[in-house]
Unconditional design. Sequence first.
Length: 320
Amino acid sequence: MELRHLGDSGLVVSAVGLGCNNLGRPGTAAESLAGSRELVSAALAAGVTLFDVADVYGAPRGRSEELLGQALAGRRDQAVIATKFGLDMQGSNGPDFGARGSRRYVRLAAEASLRRLNTDWIDLYQLHRPDPGTPLVETLSALDDLVRDGLVRYAGVCNLAAWQIVDVGWTTRTERVGPMVSTQNHYSLLERAIEREVIPAAQRFAMSVLPYFPLANGLLTGKYARGEAAPDGSRLAGRQRMLADAPWDRIEKLAALAEDRGVDLTTLAIGWLASRPAVGSVIAGATTPDQVSANAKAATWRPSADDLVAIDAISPPPRR
Ligand SMILES: NC(=O)c1ccc[n+]([C@@H]2O[C@H](COP(=O)([O-])OP(=O)(O)OC[C@H]3O[C@@H](n4cnc5c(N)ncnc54)[C@H](OP(=O)(O)O)[C@@H]3O)[C@@H](O)[C@H]2O)c1
């Protein structure tokens, strides 16, 4: 497994991470602690070090963090835990008074995540969504204080537009608070919009991109087919609208290209993302150990220059 630095920092993570929003998901093998442990064990065995979770994941909220903490018991030092705050926890972190970027709430949320994760430190603490009501510098300096106090090692952001990344970059520099080392955004072979402005902005401010929905909820794994019902127990089972609206022409062409290159669609989707400029780690979600192993292995495939041209012809980059 290739290891990479996030941003211009000493935080080193595997090129493929494990997205942990399935931990505790009803109806999947990851619903139980035993199933979650198997996922985590498969990830560590495959060289995956980055585990991405959020306070809000799971039912009830916080369940995914609890399961990740329990699954990592006795091997916490082998993992880089990335978690998030800033979405509505409906009081589970304590009252937020509608200001989830405030100095008061950021500290409350971090302490609650530390308890659920049963750990003394969070490796990467990410703002899940900007808080428009709180001055940015307050949120950034609250994160910096968490780092200084040893509760958090590094900080990052999610779901920012390019102008917000620039705002964050300039604010950390001019106010002399710690840098944001990463940004999470929706990015896959079916969703390339961030290549236009977000990625150049992230590069300018030395932030790595952590693409989420890298497999488009499973559409880029080859397990769904046009006009056919989703396999029982899969994420899109019962979500007929999403299946019907999927861009099947593109998916089928990408699958044919993968076959022509002697790999499967999952490998094409993950290997391509891992090779994109600024991408730090591809945080693919999974519900079984086999999926975890396949996704980790996919990081060893890299597209050639010819492959990139063929991919662009099917799934074009955004116009500049
Ligand atoms: N920052 C944000 O705002 C944000 C938003 C969304 C997600 N995220 C993060 O990004 C991570 C990834 O997103 P995601 O899990 O929602 O979507 P995803 O990675 O695009 O899709 C994951 C799903 O694809 C299927 N899958 C994965 N590997 C497979 C394989 N090798 N073969 C067959 N099927 C496979 C599994 O579906 P089945 O359930 O059918 O088995 C799995 O649940 C999340 O876990 C989370 O950590 C962040």
